[in-house]
Design a protein around this ligand. Sequence first.
Ligand SMILES: *Cc1c(COP(=O)(O)O)cnc(C)c1O
Ligand code: SF4
Length: 361
Amino acid sequence: MPKTQELVWTDWRSQLKHRIDTLEALREWITVTPEEEQAIADAVGKYRWSITPYYASLMDKEDPNCPIRLQAVPHPNEFRSYPGADPDPVGDTIYRKTNRVVHKYPDRIILLVTEACAIYCRHCTRKFHTTDLEGTYFESSEAASWEQDFAYIASHPEIRDVLLTGGDPLTYSDEKLELIVSRLRKIPHVEIIRIGSRYPVLLPQRITPALCSMLEQYHPIWLNTHFNHVKEITPEAAAACDRLLRHGIPVQNQTVLLKGVNDSLQAMQALLKELLKIRVRPYYLYHCDNVTGVSHFMTSIEKGREIMRGLLGHMTGFAVPQYIVTTKLGKIPLWEEQLHQDEQGIWLENYKGEAMRIDDW
Ligand SMILES: *Cc1c(COP(=O)(O)O)cnc(C)c1O
Ligand code: SF4
């Protein structure tokens, strides 16, 4: 049994304080393989890693291919080089307008709050600034004044949707978050505020009644989270989502298609079904980007389309996420083409592959 005497399981700060970030501590939870041990050694000076006791408790002690372990424990493949890998394939650095604002789409922005996370997911799209130890992208300026960021938003009336992200914005205290959210609420053209947080999955204890009551004062607030595997849907995670929902905060899910974690129809269906049971709506299924240090998680687009073909029409309409690849040109849908045009007109195809022609005036 892991040494957790002083750990107060239900207290998020205590979970953070007792994060596992040494080989010795990890050994209290799992039988570390020689490969994992090597990767932990190689990560020194290169990539951060840490795991909350809560998430560690979901890891299979003996199975190195456990989907929870693959997302949290360093792996030697992170240090291999892969063709075409890029630290920032989605181009956040290109669209960054101020220290915290990334303005890529006409009506919405992301606002970088912190680069800290409770767990440094091995597959993070922003691995270069969350997991990367150099901290050159954002960490060094995380403490800078917010005035320029707020001024940018205030002077761009087309911005009606602000998405707090990072890192995980819920790493900040309720007080610090309230300063940010209340300030955004004072900008009349900011219609909706979104929070991107993986804490319902990694640290559900963070979703306290106090946090939810604070956020509720600044509606409309939406929250997008990031469940990748059905094993992550625990009673604690379900309760965290339930608290958000009861305070009027819709919870949606963004999954990343990850090799070995969820790249089978069966794994994806199990996840999506369970999400509906906890009233979390599937939003995006992201194709894994060729991010430096993450490439080993990539599947083929054909694999993703095959999974989508197994979902569309076979499951509740809103159980089916949109399959998207994020590029420097933005998010681009990758799902099946259901419409074809020829001399006879427009043909539609259903989920069974049956085609019919429709009249198009
Ligand atoms: C993903 C993303 C958004 C939000 O896009 P939605 O499709 O509305 O969820 C906004 N800005 C940036 C830079 C993004 O990467
Ligand atoms: S919680 Fe999100 S931002 Fe943080 S490491 Fe994981 S995927 Fe990246």
